[in-house]
Design a protein around this ligand. Structure first.
Ligand code: DAH
Length: 372
């Protein structure tokens, strides 16, 4: 049962004369205008629904009027109905088109239906900059690339063999302690002993991987992330970056080692910077040294930055301990070399006068903007 008059013939509606017919059309038009006013701010999808209800080819109101009012009309009524229908149809189509255009414009310019002003400047997306750690890393890499080193990278998950044993770090060494190292516990594989794995505590394991994989001569640097079980404070982080260096050849002496350190320090901190090698100990180098640079702030006179020492500690290094060659089947009688390992954060902090390592990891743009 329907009360919609467009679904019935004029005869069934009891309509005959011209005035009655026109009144009937006026009523339909009133309903249409009412809906159009209600939908003035509808989006394009809703306008499409309305359009289908009014001028859809099979079920639109105009089609019903054509089928039910016009086609069965008696000859005297046909002209009146036809003319009124044409007018209604033109009005409906025009109005729907206006609604559609307005809805689409509003959709493009966001809410509110504001018009797009094409003369306005576009949305400018500011270019980012490289993170100060990245900048430092690239600078360090360039210095070593310029003297014949190549860059290699390696895994952050290691076995104790590569992280410790092959580097001549014995079982009882404190660096192996669970207080310092993140050990990984993996689900056991049936029938196999579960492998002991850890997060590398330094980039030095790549010395071993590299020498296992290639014959001498070797000249590599290894940038990468390393992990230690330290509580975060202004100089400690549980994850930080290092650059490892390794040079092995048949004719590398302590002179090459010292010369390389001096070259690096001058390139990184300026030509007037002096270098000092201080005796130290690492299980995988013999002799071992701490490489210091004369303080860039006071030129060695002593200030707060160098804690009145005149020198700043840069990194650990030394001549490769012959015991290490034994782990990689290198001929210790014929070969010699040097190695070093530096903290990228430490170098960046010194270089830029940054006093808190945590600033590197907080991604605060007020900090990052200072390194354009
Ligand atoms: N692996 C050492 C550390 O993380 C740094 C280091 C010292 C690396 C001396 C070396 C080296 O290659 O020769 O503390």
């Amino acid at each position: 049962m329907t009360t919609n008059p467009t679904r019935q013939t004029l005869e069934a509606l009891g309509i005959r004369g011209e005035a009655e017919i026109l009144a009937q059309f006026a009523e339909v038009r009133r309903r249409f205008d009412e809906e159009a006013a209600r939908r003035a701010n509808d989006d394009a999808a809703n306008i499409a629904v309305m359009r289908n209800a009014w001028i859809g080819r099979t079920a639109g109101a105009i089609t019903h009027i054509t089928d039910n009012w016009l086609k069965p009309a008696i000859p005297e009524q046909k002209r009146i109905v036809g003319k009124a229908l044409n007018e209604l149809k033109a009005h409906v189509e025009r109005t729907l088109e206006e609604l559609r255009t307005r809805a689409e414009a509003a959709g493009e310019s966001g809410a509110g239906g504001a018009r797009v002003d094409l003369s306005l400047p576009g949305v400018r997306r500011t270019l980012g900059t490289r993170h100060p750690l990245r900048q430092t890393l690239e600078e360090l890499e360039l210095i070593f690339l310029s003297i014949g080193f190549s860059v290699v990278e390696g895994p952050e998950i290691e076995t104790p063999y590569y992280n410790f044993e092959a580097l001549n770090i014995p079982e009882h060494h404190p660096a192996r302690d669970t207080m310092d190292t993140f050990y990984l516990s993996l689900p056991p594989t049936p029938g196999k002993p579960s492998p002991e794995l850890l997060l590398r505590t330094h980039t030095s394991p790549m010395q071993i991987h590299t020498m296992e994989q290639q014959k001498p001569p070797v000249r590599i640097i290894v940038p990468g992330r390393v992990y230690r079980r330290d509580n975060p404070d202004s100089t400690h982080s549980f994850a930080f970056q290092q650059i490892e260096g390794l040079a092995v050849d048949t004719d590398i002496t302590f002179c090459e080692f010292k010369g390389t350190c001096e070259y690096f320090v001058r390139e990184f901190l300026g030509p007037k910077t002096r270098t000092r090698l201080r005796p130290s100990y690492f299980p995988f180098t013999e002799p071992s040294a701490e490489v210091d640079a004369s303080c860039f702030a006071c030129d060695g006179r002593g200030c707060r930055i160098c804690k009145h020492a005149g020198w700043i500690e840069l990194f650990g290094a030394g001549m490769v301990d012959p015991a290490v060659y034994g782990f990689v089947n290198y001929d210790a009688k014929r070969l010699s070399g040097f190695a070093f390992g530096m903290g990228v954060e430490r170098m960046a902090m010194m270089r830029y006068g940054i006093s808190d390592i945590q600033l590197f990891y907080q991604n605060d743009v007020r900090f990052l903007r200072q390194f354009p």
